[in-house]
Design a protein around this ligand. Structure first.
Ligand SMILES: Cc1cc2nc3c(=O)[nH]c(=O)nc-3n(C[C@H](O)[C@H](O)[C@H](O)COP(=O)(O)OP(=O)(O)OC[C@H]3O[C@@H](n4cnc5c(N)ncnc54)[C@H](O)[C@@H]3O)c2cc1C
Length: 393
């Protein structure tokens, strides 16, 4: 009799793993609570799916064990996935920072994964909610909204909690706990910041303005765009640092990431000696932003020539070290990823198998491995799915 494998979650990791295992000849069934397969893929990257990145390093991932992701990322790389995309003649382009997006639509990636599943005669049970799981030591019994399902092997690919409107559930973590597998506390990552009311009242007037910045905290620094919104701060720089942010701590914003004091800022002041600070700085920053910095009393709108050398340096320091303490984040509603998850201590980094329960596997975002913005999370989904499929000969 064919070995039965059940995969819970028809997302990126579940679909890719299903295709690989089906093509190896296994009897694979994928269960998902949604109507559509690959729902998150379809809405990713603004509908164009940033499916990987030209530069994938373990340092682009956050985990309690930063070494865990290395083995899987090495055995199924971005080049392997790109090769598959090329086999299907899917047109794509590099946007920036090595990020690869579909030219046409994220649907191309879902169609590719579904064709791979078709080749492996993978079965699907959609609109089926997995509610609980039992094990008799040999196989598994899945309690679902469509009744009980037996399986020899179980692969959990239920993703994280971000975007609950897409049907995300905490079942993956519940299953882990049921099998005494530790779960690293979860929280929203790649998520916009909210601000305390007095600061929000002032900064929300900048809503829609984007500026290139370097944003840092004691752990990391990102050079990308910051976007002011009517709720707080967003844009790639903010999403990236949000994954490294602890509640109550400040972030530092450098509004002049490409301007050094000696070679750029001082000459700018020298050339505009008779101007107001506002008009002078308007040459390098949006005028409305400068007005807000003046309103916040971070800078004084005097005539440039009134500044002595020390005051010039102070002005530069203010613009390059703007410290803001966010009120919080927008949470799972808008987060792109869930930080934390099933502890990597409990899993084999080679196969994603649970060390203490043979035939049980966790792959994708449900695991405590979270990537940066830029295609890293999908690459983890592909790589961890591939590692898991390699466990079956
Ligand atoms: C708006 C948005 C845009 C994104 N854009 C990008 C991007 O461009 N590039 C990138 O790398 N990453 C992106 N991400 C992150 C990426 O989508 C995820 O990291 C990736 O989808 C994780 O894959 P997964 O297979 O682990 O989980 P998912 O793709 O989330 O799939 C999990 C599946 O499990 C199902 N499920 C959950 N609970 C149950 C249950 N109890 N019973 C049955 N089924 C269940 C869910 O319905 C879902 O279909 C984005 C995320 C969001 C929210």
């Amino acid at each position: 009799m064919q070995t039965k494998i059940t995969i819970v979650g028809a997302g990126a990791a579940g679909l890719f793993c299903a295709g690989l295992l089906g093509q190896k000849g296994y009897d694979v069934t994928v269960i998902d609570n949604g109507k559509k397969r690959g729902r998150k893929i379809l809405m990713s990257g603004g509908g164009k799916c940033n499916f990987t990145n030209l530069s994938i390093e373990p340092s682009n991932y956050i985990s309690d064990n930063p070494h865990f992701c290395k083995s899987a990322l090495k055995r199924f790389t971005q080049w392997d996935f790109i090769q598959l995309v090329n086999q299907y003649y899917i047109a794509y382009h590099e946007k920036e920072h090595g990020q690869l997006f579909c030219d046409n639509s994220a649907q191309d990636i879902v169609d590719m994964l579904l064709k791979e599943c078709q080749k492996g005669h993978v079965k699907f049970m959609m609109q089926t909610q997995v509610e609980d799981i039992d094990s008799d030591g040999q196989g598994f019994k899945l309690h679902t909204s469509q009744g009980m399902i037996d399986s020899d092997n179980l692969i959990i690919a239920t993703g994280g909690l971000s975007m609950p409107a897409l049907g995300m559930t905490s079942i993956g973590y519940k299953i882990a706990e049921k099998f005494a597998i530790p779960v690293v506390p979860v929280k929203a990552g790649l998520v916009p910041f909210t601000l305390h009311k007095p600061l929000l009242d002032v900064l929300s007037t900048l809503s829609g303005i984007a500026v290139p910045v370097e944003v840092s905290n004691e752990r990391i620094c990102f050079k990308e765009n910051l976007l002011f919104t009517h709720r707080g701060l967003s844009g790639p720089a903010i999403l990236q640092i949000s994954s490294y942010w602890q509640a109550g701590s400040p972030i530092t914003i450098n509004l002049l990431p490409d301007l050094s004091f000696e070679s750029s800022f001082k000459p700018l002041l020298a050339q505009n000696r008779n101007q107001t600070i506002k008009n002078c700085l308007a040459q390098i920053l949006p005028k409305r932003l400068i007005e807000v910095l003046i309103q916040l009393k971070l800078i004084n709108d005097v005539i440039v020539k009134q500044l002595d050398p020390k005051q010039q340096q102070n002005l530069y320091n203010t613009l390059t070290h703007w410290s803001i303490t966010p009120n919080g984040t927008e949470g799972y509603r808008t987060a792109e990823v869930t930080l934390g998850g099933v502890s990597t201590d409990a899993l084999s980094s080679k196969t994603m198998a649970v060390k203490t329960h043979s035939n049980l596997y966790f792959i994708g975002e449900v695991v405590d491995v979270s990537g940066w913005l830029g295609g890293y999370n999908f690459q983890w989904a592909w790589s961890s799915a591939f590692a898991c499929a390699q466990a079956f000969n």
